[in-house]
Design a protein around this ligand. Structure first.
Ligand code: GTP
Ligand code: MG
Length: 344
């Protein structure tokens, strides 16, 4: 099993949606920590990346624990819903293999939700809708961390009817936007229909269903794309350029293809110029932790896609967030430089 899983790269899952609809909280519940509390104004100011190993996803979830997986885990990218961050969301959307669109079920679709759906349509990215904050439906009885089916069966008829109505409002809006959708437990063909999962990031209800859906989508539709990507020269996107004490200027990178090692020559993009430099050190976020929390880094010699990684190297001062990073290995440098220029 081990040798098989090592062949397939980790799918990148982007979490998109309107401001305050619960993206960070949802991710928080998935990883079982509480990053949302540390955020100034609860706005996700930066893109955060979190790796959740498959064992951690399956643990404590009876239906998932029984399943066989061929993906090593999921790499989640959180994005801010604030209107000022359109480019960050577009960047996340372009990187994503899969996505979760979070919508407050009581508020319905808002501008950033619609924008997220457009991004996903442009990139043909499979996604699930998390119809979040079901615990706010009047009369909802909380059953912490239960699956949707279990908690829904325990609600009274009025609450069940209310939830159905709200789900169908979403189905209607999605139809206007050109997507066929259904409540997830009624979807027969996930290639044609988007699944809507009622969730509460606060109580954990429906979260296991979201994870199950993502794993299902990854296993069914992604394995061809993911199978060959853990070898060869690394390719990634620079999410952030940051000064770090003791390290100088560093890049927070999402590596979506190949490998990246200490000593590798890399090509990155600065203001009006292409830079080449050598990787001095690689700092990896530990599983279940945030790339943005420094003391949780582990120094590594090499990483394989997909992962979030902090890169320290000389000459990174002028690098621009949102631009590509590529490793020179095998191909000649000029070809790699040309590739990077074509991707800016
Ligand atoms: P931005 O990053 O600012 O775009 O917001 P976000 O989508 O990440 O939302 P966030 O997770 O910060 O949640 C916004 C607020 O909604 C917080 O006060 C959360 O506690 C609350 N919240 C999130 N999910 C739920 C939920 O399922 N139920 C309830 N009742 N509150 C929730
Ligand atoms: Mg957030």
């Amino acid at each position: 099993k081990q040798s098989k899983t090592s062949q397939i790269r980790t799918p990148i899952v982007c979490v998109l949606g309107h401001v305050d609809h619960g993206k960070t909280s949802l991710l928080d519940t998935i990883r079982g920590s509480s990053v949302v509390d540390t955020e100034a104004g609860a706005i996700t100011q930066h893109i955060g990346a979190t790796i959740v190993p498959i064992e951690a996803i399956a643990r404590g979830n009876s239906s998932l624990a029984k399943m066989q997986f061929n993906i090593p885990g999921l790499l989640f990218i959180d994005t801010p819903g604030h209107h000022a961050f359109t480019t960050l969301r577009a960047r996340g959307g372009s990187l994503a293999d899969l996505a979760i669109v979070v919508v407050d079920i009581n508020e319905g679709f808002k501008p950033q939700t619609i924008e997220a759906l457009q991004i996903l349509r442009n990139y043909k990215t499979p996604f699930v809708i998390a119809a979040n904050k079901v615990d706010r439906i009047h009369g909802w009885r909380v059953h912490e961390n239960e699956s949707f089916a279990t908690t829904f069966a325990k609600q009274n008829e009025r609450v069940q009817g209310m939830l159905e109505t709200k789900v169908y409002e979403l189905v209607g809006k999605l139809s206007d936007l050109g997507f066929n959708s259904e409540r997830f437990d009624r979807v027969r063909d996930f290639a044609r229909n988007v699944g809507i999962v009622p969730t509460s990031a606060l109580t954990g209800e429906g979260i296991s269903d979201v994870l199950m859906m993502l794993i299902g989508l990854a296993q069914r539709y992604m394995t061809d794309n993911l199978a060959l990507s853990v070898e060869g020269p690394g390719a990634g996107t620079v999410l952030e350029v940051k000064e770090e004490r003791g390290l100088g200027t560093t890049l927070d990178v999402i590596l979506y293809d190949g490998t990246l090692s200490v000593g590798d020559e890399i090509v990155v993009a600065g203001h009006n110029q292409i830079l080449t430099t050598k990787v001095r050190s690689l700092l990896k976020p530990r599983p279940m932790s945030e790339i943005l929390i420094e003391d949780k880094f582990e120094r590594v010699k090499s990483v394989a896609a997909a992962t979030g990684i902090k890169v320290a190297a000389p000459k990174l001062e002028g690098v621009i967030a949102g631009t590509p990073l590529r490793v020179v290995r095998g191909e000649n440098r000029d070809e790699v430089i040309e590739k990077v220029m074509s991707e800016i």
